[in-house]
Design a protein around this ligand. Sequence first.
Ligand code: HEC
Length: 171
Amino acid sequence: MWKEYPVDAMRWAHGGLAGWGALCGTLVGAGTIIGLVTSETDIAEAMVNDLAFYYSYTELPSFTPAKILKAELSDMTIAGTPVCHISVGRWMRAADESFLSDERAERCARLSANIAMETAHMLNAWSDGSYKPKHKPLYNLLANGITSQNNCTDCHGRDIPSAETYKSLDK
Ligand code: HEC
């Protein structure tokens, strides 16, 4: 089955959705495989939640390939979010490299390897019966009245709006 998987069917996910800088495409790919392999949707969701934590709060990319494809790298960064634009932007600032550099391409390729490896570890654990979710769901919809991570100041600065003003919000 896997050899015939139409990988090109997922090409649109590059650059955080056809270059829109939204969700990092590595997570689209990994989440799809997790959904296909695990038979229970709740397990898949817990695993994708764990993967989002790993992606957001681990210094990456930590993987070094045996054969360097495009460039040597020295910088790893903590994305703080699964959002492509912020993730790659924080790395670009730390590494002082432009988006179209070989270094940036290498960074995203190595990051993809890290995400694939973490996904394989979780799926192997699941297949052995030893997978336990590491992280709780964010519950931010209940807490804040809007889908979100707890990184409000990243975009809103100090003026974080409250969803309390919306009449349909019933806690
Ligand atoms: C990735 C950037 C980003 C992050 C992170 C973010 N927001 Fe927002 N949020 C926006 C944008 C953009 C809007 C649209 C309104 C605007 O431009 O201010 C918005 C709108 C909202 C709204 C509805 C508009 C309003 O003024 O009532 C609420 C409520 C809100 N955000 C709360 C939050 C909270 C709470 C958090 C953290 C838990 C958060 N946001 C995190 C970018 C973000």
